[in-house]
Design a protein around this ligand. Structure first.
Ligand code: PEP
Length: 249
């Protein structure tokens, strides 16, 4: 099974209307690399404007509520993201799991809501530093996969992003061998939980301090189908080299 490379930018809580120029430059450059799927997840406030500025571009949210509507002040529902033109949404990012107390059960409910709204999903998992240092990273992450994965889903619309928490925004990255081991273990878990056909279709992204210098090595690791990128996705100058690295593999 050949899986297309997938490079996704997570702008987090960054970006005003002026930043749409960077999005335009990123999607324009991405057109030269037809073997790579490129998506950007800006703050909610920019989704509609980005879709309008770059028609047809894969634009996504960074979170959604598990309910389709209701009295949840400040939250955004998956059908609202779809209505704004989003194609995808990130769920279970460690900044949501840690900062907002989201459990695996919450993440699973969000993923199911997003799929029901017609969105694709990037489901994040990853271990804290102490767990990595104690040697327990693989069982920790596999338990997150088991607890967060929706019951039924179209595997083409669900990607899993392995993002070790200690590598996010720190400049630290795991060894290529550790990334390959983790991704192989996640693929085996998906095999067990979703079946071999689904597992062979699902894309596994690595995230955590990916940049233009380390992207080729990290994306070349076994079972890595792409990258989820934070800091280096904010400008075309930093993000396009990562797309180019993916295209070169
Ligand atoms: C992220 O938050 O998803 C991420 C990978 O961030 P960074 O690339 O900045 O480490």
């Amino acid at each position: 099974m050949t899986r297309r490379k997938y490079v996704v930018g997570n702008w987090k809580m960054n970006g005003l209307i002026a930043a749409l120029d960077e999005a335009k430059a990123i999607f324009a450059a991405a057109e030269a690399h037809s073997s790579v799927d490129v998506a950007l997840c800006p703050p909610f406030t920019l989704i509609g404007a980005m879709v309008a500025a770059v028609p047809g571009a894969a634009v996504g949210g960074q979170d959604c509520h598990a309910s389709a509507s209701g009295a949840f002040t400040g939250s955004v529902a998956a059908p609202m993201l779809a209505d704004a033109g989003a194609h995808l949404v990130i769920v279970g990012h460690s900044e949501r799991r840690e900062g907002f107390g989201e459990s695996d059960t919450d993440v699973r409910a969000k993923a199911e809501a997003a799929l029901a709204a017609g969105l694709s999903v990037i489901l994040c998992v990853g271990e804290p530093r102490a767990v990595r240092e104690s040697g327990g990273a693989i069982p920790y992450v596999l338990a997150q996969v088991a607890g967060s994965l929706p019951g039924e889903f179209d595997p083409a619309r669900l990607a899993v992003a392995y993002e070790p928490i200690w590598a996010i925004g720190t400049g630290l990255v795991p060894t290529v061998a550790d990334v390959a081991d983790m991704h192989g273990a996640i693929r085996a878990k998906l095999n067990e939980q979703a079946g071999s056909e689904a597992a062979s279709v699902m894309r596994l992204l690595y995230g955590g301090s990916v940049n233009g210098d380390n992207a080729a090595e990290l994306l070349g690791a076994g079972d890595v189908d792409g990258a989820l990128v934070g800091g280096a996705s904010l400008t075309a100058a930093k993000f396009v080299p990562i797309v180019e690295a993916a295209a070169s593999l």
